[in-house]
Design a protein around this ligand. Structure first.
Ligand SMILES: Cc1cc2nc3c(=O)[nH]c(=O)nc-3n(C[C@H](O)[C@H](O)[C@H](O)COP(=O)(O)O)c2cc1C
Length: 351
């Protein structure tokens, strides 16, 4: 029997459960990561952050480097293709307080691959190695890499590249065994994860289609992976994490759903500001209120409202019992300023 509550580690970083919350662009904000920790994720990860954006001092990019006090252990993920620039970015990731720096060698999106970053690096193992070794030399925290199986369907390139990256200094690998070409179609072929596990002596994290406890157990047993990573199943559904870690599912009440969504809204507004948050949050309404928890029209009513205050009022009107729950939840959480740590001055100064 697999124990998901077992501790494991990446280098010196202790990880309390064998469930990792996936990095997802446009999703993995602090609010998502902190909620993931509360529901059992042992390790959380930022969305991919552009090394070029950091280099140019882009303010929004630098905002992704904010680490809250209650989200450790946390990986911040970088993407880019220039070893020296990425090493410099990794220094800032370390200074910002991340426990791990993760490298994205898996993004299949053209905007990223055309710059030589993301999954393209699987076609350029020499450069991939140079990036890992430059970063491993530049920082004291462990360097980890997230890969796809390769660029093309049926590719087994990850089995050649993965061990070379470990040789170059990677302390763990995450494999999402789909090709870049597949995007999110088909299924993740975890037979490949098992092969990768047998080839390296660092922890391997299995990513792709982990949606329930039974799938998590099956993948851990079949592959020998150190942990499973959960992405889409956790969108608007932190209860899935609880079910995977503890093996006991319980559908949330409507009040719990609304309470978690309201806490999420408030945190996202604090993190992103109301204007950016209101666009960002719209997809979350469907994710939270779906799963047959609320009628479809309810979500449609929320997305057209002008302000987050109105959304909150509508949510509380639909589940008045959530008001007390939110108060209780917020009383337990570290509050506001205590949570969002300022970045070191040198980051803003570019030094
Ligand atoms: C909306 C979205 C955004 C993603 N962004 C990233 C990212 O920034 N970095 C990354 O390594 N993977 C990213 N991924 C891939 C996920 O981390 C994960 O490997 C993939 O979704 C498969 O896992 P799942 O079946 O549990 O969702 C993203 C996936 C989705 C759905």
């Amino acid at each position: 029997m697999v124990d998901l509550r077992e501790h494991w580690s990446i280098g010196p970083v202790e990880i309390p459960t064998r469930l990792v919350l996936a990095p997802m662009a446009g999703v993995s904000v602090q609010a998502f990561r902190r909620q993931g920790r509360r529901f059992g994720a042992g390790l959380v990860c930022s969305e991919m952050v552009s090394s070029a954006g950091i280099e140019h001092g882009n303010e929004r990019t630098l905002g992704y480097l904010r680490v809250a006090s209650d989200e450790h252990p946390l990986a911040i993920q970088l993407f880019g293709s220039e070893p020296e620039a990425m090493a410099e970015s990794a220094r800032l990731v370390e200074a910002a307080g991340a426990d791990l720096v993760d490298l994205n060698f898996g993004c299949p999106v053209r905007k990223v691959t055309k710059t030589g970053a993301g999954a393209t690096l699987l076609d350029d193992p020499g450069r991939a190695e140079r990036i890992v070794s430059a970063i491993a030399e530049a920082v004291g925290i462990p360097v980890t890499v997230k890969l796809r199986r390769g660029m093309r369907d049926g590719s087994r390139d990850c089995l050649e590249v993965g061990p070379r990256l470990v040789e170059a200094g990677a302390s763990a690998l995450t494999l999402h065994p789909r090709s870049a070409k597949q995007m999110y179609t088909g299924t993740a072929d975890h037979a490949l994860t098992a092969e990768l596990v047998s080839l390296v002596d660092v922890p391997v994290i299995a990513s792709g289609d982990i949606v329930s406890r039974s799938v998590a157990e099956d993948v851990l047993e079949r592959t020998g992976a150190a942990a499973v990573m959960v992405g889409r199943a956790a969108q608007g559904n932190p209860w899935a994490l609880e079910e995977i870690v503890d093996g006991e599912g319980r559908p949330p009440s409507r009040e719990e759903v609304v309470a978690e969504l309201v806490v999420f809204l408030r945190e996202a507004v604090r993190e992103l500001g109301e204007r950016r948050a209101s666009g960002f949050l719209k997809k979350f309404y469907g994710w939270y209120l779906g799963h047959e928890r609320f009628p479809r029209e309810f979500k449609q009513q929320l997305v057209v409202l002008d302000s987050i205050d109105e959304v909150e009022a509508r949510l509380f009107a639909a589940a008045p019992g959530a008001i007390d729950l939110v108060e209780r939840l917020e009383a337990e959480l570290p509050r506001g300023e205590a949570v969002t740590l300022e970045l070191p001055i040198s980051i803003y100064g570019g030094g």
